[in-house]
Design a protein around this ligand. Sequence first.
Ligand code: RB5
Length: 157
Amino acid sequence: MRIAIGSDHAGFLQKAPLAEYLRSQGHEVVDCGPATDDRCDYPDFGDKVARLVAAGKVDRGVLICGTGLGIAMTADKVPGVRAVPIQTVEFARLCREHNNANVIGLSGRFVSLMDNEAILDTFLTTEFAGGRHTGRVEKIMREDDPSFAGVPEDFGL
Ligand code: RB5
């Protein structure tokens, strides 16, 4: 697969080893930065990786910040992207089988490199299950349609 990887300063320490790990597994890796561990803003790098995924330039995105939360939130704002923060192998499997996630947010501060490698193995090898999950994922993606906006019903608010 072709994979884009990015982080902030809090995920920087794991970025190069994870990129190397992915290459050792036969993947092509595009490093979207940062180039140093200087303090930086995770949205800048989450956005770059997400846009490569949305444009179809890469197959998947891998993002690392302190928690994996903020950088995944950023990526998920880009139309076409389904980004999730993941801390366990089981959730890595489920985000692929049920949600067809194409970008993963990893924690560089709370999850070890070895555990993140195992999470990535699962994220990259698990197929979307389709079936009953297809329509649900389609409903997520309708949020990208500009005509699908506003409050759908009057809840008396
Ligand atoms: C940086 O201190 C930290 O806030 C960031 O890496 C991330 O955890 C945000 O979600």
